[in-house]
Write a protein that binds this ligand. Structure first.
Ligand SMILES: [Zn+2]
Length: 250
């Protein structure tokens, strides 16, 4: 996949990076990423990936914009209240970078439709706000063999992990949360700048994974403390009894 003169100019500050270069930029252009959730995490992930020149973005979100979203979701403005987030986020991408193909899906993703929505992508980034959705997205990603970056933020705490078949997100959280459909942010609160930091980290992890920069991050969870302002990383062990990934050989 070649780059036009306009793309070479647009991505000049990428291409000059020795770790990325023209080869890396073409990998980004060839990549197809599904972003689950156009909320606080998505508001950082989607502009970063669109600006970076990811070839295709699918944005999956069933919600409409509410006033209480605006402190952490700069994809949207006051005039967007009650408009569908997926459609608005796609419009944002189209305005930012016309080289990106964007496909909004205004649907609630769950165990019944996740495989269909995620199939065909190279990577899934989940920035949804509840465990039931995260587990459904993870189970489908494992089934499809698509790597998953799961990102979450609540109050002053954030976490980002890359899961590729085994260990999976279910190894990390277990089975207790499948029926848990609570909106953590609504109940517990979240600092707006925290979702930006965590979403930005998730986008960086995605770009590094696609281009092949840095160490293999599979199975690592990166945890951010927004009060101490520090990151730490832990390794997630595979659960030998995990009902999703224990039969995976990889
Ligand atoms: Zn597992």
């Amino acid at each position: 996949m070649s780059l036009s003169d306009e793309e070479l100019e647009r991505y000049a500050r990428h291409i000059v990076l020795p770790q990325l270069g023209g080869v890396g930029q073409r990998k980004l252009k060839s990549a197809s990423i599904a972003v689950v959730g156009a909320g606080g995490i998505g508001s950082a992930v989607i502009p970063a990936l669109a600006g970076a020149g990811i070839g295709k973005l699918t944005i999956i979100d069933c919600d409409i914009v509410e006033l209480a979203n605006l402190h952490r979701q700069p994809l949207f403005a006051e005039a967007d209240e009650r408009q569908p987030k997926a459609v608005l986020a796609a419009r944002f991408v189209e305005r930012l970078n016309s080289f990106v193909e964007v496909d909004p899906k205004q649907e609630r993703i769950g165990s019944d439709n996740a495989s269909g929505l995620l199939a065909g992508h190279d990577l899934v980034i989940d920035g949804s706000d509840n465990f039931a959705t995260r587990l459904a997205v993870s189970d489908a990603s494992v089934g499809l063999g698509i790597p998953l970056i799961s990102a979450a933020a609540v109050q002053f705490q954030g976490q980002v992990g890359l899961f590729d078949r085994k260990p999976c997100y279910r190894c990390f959280v277990g089975d207790a949360f499948d029926a848990d459909d609570c909106d953590n942010c609504a109940e517990l609160g979240v600092l707006g700048a925290l979702t930006a930091a965590v979403g930005g980290f998730a986008a960086l992890l995605a770009i590094n994974r696609i281009v092949g920069i840095g160490e293999d991050q599979r199975g690592y969870l990166h945890i951010f403390d927004g009060e101490k302002l520090s990151w730490r990383s832990i390794r997630i062990p595979a659960d030998p009894a995990c009902r999703t990934c224990s039969s995976s050989l990889v």
